[in-house]
Design a protein around this ligand. Structure first.
Ligand code: C2E
Ligand code: CA
Ligand code: CA
Length: 602
């Protein structure tokens, strides 16, 4: 089946899903065998198609459950068995609730509260998601409006849209209808779409998103980081928010890869002028980590689980806020982290170092140390080498990736030269200190490590300042270039006007001669040159008026400029007069106008 088929010259690729039932294990008669093979086939399709599955009894249980859920779902809407829970989203700067996500629940008469993880896929497959989704949207919008009418702080409600809902043909009209009906301001509705959803049928998706955005609705990308977003598309989506997927948040303070991904998503979102929210935040440490990396908002059990509407209303009414522990120590405070699995070592180190004025944090395990790092501005770390769950160099290697600015040292009696030199060579460890230690030497080393840390911080600050100054300079330079370009284009325009004026002069049947203050002829049109027989002589322009024009004309140029007549050397009679320039230009020269006086000719 993996070979393409040739159909009238077209290559067709076909995939095949296979369900297998075996006699006699899976059935004694053909009917049972076929039914079970069919169940296995459905499983194969569920697993993404194009594979083969053997029937197992457990599949039957799953299939039965699914069937039961599907039947139950058909009636659940009429029987009012669905309800919404709301989970607050809080601003990591102010700590205030700024939004909520509506999450559907199914109160099943026998199974109790069923998780959407179980029934949403069934609702999707059976198409019931369309009516269920509409109910969720209507209920969430109506609830939000009701809270606003009750005078509670206006916030946004986020509603999830699954792929099938998003592709329904009248989606935009449906959403618009519900907004009208519930009278909720579209700015207070946010629709959550998963990353994998928006990456299919990109052009159609963008068109739909544009229409939703034009209505004033906000759009967010859910589970961001789990799909394969093409960044160039991301730029084209009219979205407002990226939601960092829970799977990156879980180990954000201990796994350098997750930390790096979260950091990258935050800075990319901000570069694209998007809001970024982290989901599944469960601990103080995760919150601090995200806060320090300027993530805008968070959502998760650390602040609140999804709760029924009554409980959410209490949160809003009491203006419940995220407690803002001021982990930002006073400026100049030196924070030292000590990690050793032996409690007594930590105690004696603390006793020794206390007098140097450090804020000292102590941990007996790497996990605890990561938690402390997430919540405090640690400058210097001293770690034991030999510890049960992770050795010191490995710990510091990870710390280096997550907190590269820290100065990291190992304090150990155990010397495995190879691992130590490796760690030092790759920059994970700054110094290796030996146990038992010399008090003064250790103190001096720590002092020096802090100086090193502070120097690096100063450098960092300076280079940030330099970068912003450079940015400023570049802006000024761009501004200047723009002005110069403007001037140049004005100048080009002026030159153009000048050329046109000169060309127009050429068509006049009177001679025009312009003489500068310096007495040089600056302008002479064709008629003027013709009157002075220039074909045989040097052109007028560039000569001194005194050398080329008759005395009467020079007099006229210097004087009041009234009309006179004259017979030129070549015998032609002319009338001429002059004007002073400067009425509408900056010129201080004079113009001589010469008209052939043919009637009085000889
Ligand atoms: P989701 O959109 O990613 O929703 C977040 C899920 O994470 C919710 O699970 C929420 O209860 C859970 N959660 C929130 N904070 C934490 C935390 O700190 N730790 C942990 N471990 N989990 C946390 P829930 O409510 O079971 O919903 C599961 C999924 O079902 C949702 O994932 C969403 O994809 C889908 N879903 C829920 N309601 C709807 C709906 O109305 N329509 C559609 N289409 N899908 C929905
Ligand atoms: Ca969601
Ligand atoms: Ca999510």
């Amino acid at each position: 089946m993996s070979e393409p088929f040739d159909v009238e010259g077209h290559e067709l690729f076909v995939t095949c899903s296979i369900g297998i039932a075996l006699y006699p294990r899976d059935g004694e008669d053909s009917q049972t065998l076929l039914k079970n093979a069919d169940t296995a086939l459905y499983r194969a399709k569920d697993l993404g198609r194009n594979n083969a599955q053997f029937y197992t009894a457990e599949m039957n249980v799953k299939a039965m459950e699914r069937l039961m859920l599907e039947n139950g779902l058909r009636h659940a809407l009429e029987r009012n068995e669905f309800l919404l829970h709301y989970q607050p989203q809080v601003d990591l700067r102010s700590g205030e609730i700024t939004g909520m996500e509506a999450l559907v629940r199914w109160q099943h008469p026998e199974l109790g509260l069923v998780s959407p993880v179980r029934f949403i896929p069934v609702a999707e497959d059976s198409g019931l998601i369309i009516s269920l989704g509409e109910w969720v949207l209507r209920t969430a919008c109506a609830q939000n409006k009701a809270w606003q009418r009750a005078g509670l702080k206006p916030i946004s409600v986020a509603v999830n849209l699954s792929a099938r809902q998003f592709r329904q043909p009248n989606l935009v009209e449906m959403v618009a209808g519900i907004l009208r009906e519930t009278e909720l301001d579209p700015a207070h509705l946010e629709l959550e779409l998963t990353e994998s959803l928006v990456m299919q049928n990109i052009e159609v998706t963008i068109a739909t998103l544009d229409r939703l955005k034009a209505m004033g609705i906000k759009l967010s990308i859910d589970d961001f980081g789990t799909g394969y977003s093409s960044l160039s598309y991301l730029k084209r989506f009219p979205i407002h928010t990226l939601k960092i997927d829970q799977s990156f948040v879980r180990d954000i303070t201990t796994d350098p890869d997750d930390a790096a991904i979260a950091k990258a998503i935050i800075s990319m979102a901000h570069d694209l002028q998007l809001r970024v929210i982290a989901e599944g935040v469960e601990t103080e440490e995760q919150k601090s980590f995200l806060q320090q990396r300027h993530c805008d908002d968070m959502q998760g059990f650390f602040f609140s689980k999804p709760v029924p509407a009554e409980d959410f209303e209490v949160l809003l009414r009491e203006r419940r806020c995220l407690q803002m522990a001021d982990s930002t120590a006073a400026l100049g405070q030196r924070t030292l982290l000590l990690l050793d699995d032996e409690e007594n070592i930590l105690t004696s180190l603390t006793r020794l170092l206390r007098r140097d004025g450090y804020e000292i944090l102590k941990a007996t395990s790497a996990a605890a140390a990561f938690d402390l790092l997430a919540g405090h501005p640690v400058g210097v770390i001293i770690s034991d080498q030999r510890m049960p769950e992770m050795n010191g160099t490995e710990f510091l290697r990870r710390v280096k990736q997550i907190y590269p600015d820290t100065v990291r040292m190992v304090l150990s009696g155990y010397t495995d030269l190879k691992s130590v030199t490796d760690a030092i060579n790759e920059g994970a460890v700054y110094k290796f200190l030996t146990k038992p230690w010399d008090d003064d030497l250790l103190r001096a080393n720590i002092q020096e490590a802090f100086q090193r840390y502070e120097l690096a911080q100063d450098n960092q600050r300076l280079s940030n300042e330099m970068a912003s100054i450079n940015e400023e300079l570049n802006r000024a330079k761009r501004e200047l270039e723009k002005r110069v370009e403007q001037k140049a284009s004005e100048a080009r325009h002026n030159v153009g006007v000048l050329q046109i004026s000169q060309e127009m002069l050429e068509y006049l049947s009177v001679g025009v001669i312009g003489v500068g203050e310096d007495g040089l002829i600056a302008v002479a049109n064709r008629k003027a040159n013709e009157l002075f027989d220039v074909e045989k002589r040097q052109p007028l322009v560039g000569c001194f008026a005194l050398e080329r024009l008759p005395a009467a004309m020079i007099e006229c140029l210097a004087g009041a400029g009234e009309r006179r007549s004259q017979r030129l050397e070549n015998g032609r009679n002319v009338i001429f007069w002059s004007h002073a320039m400067g009425a509408s230009s900056g010129s201080e020269g004079r113009v001589l106008v010469i008209v052939p006086n043919e009637e009085s000719g000889d």
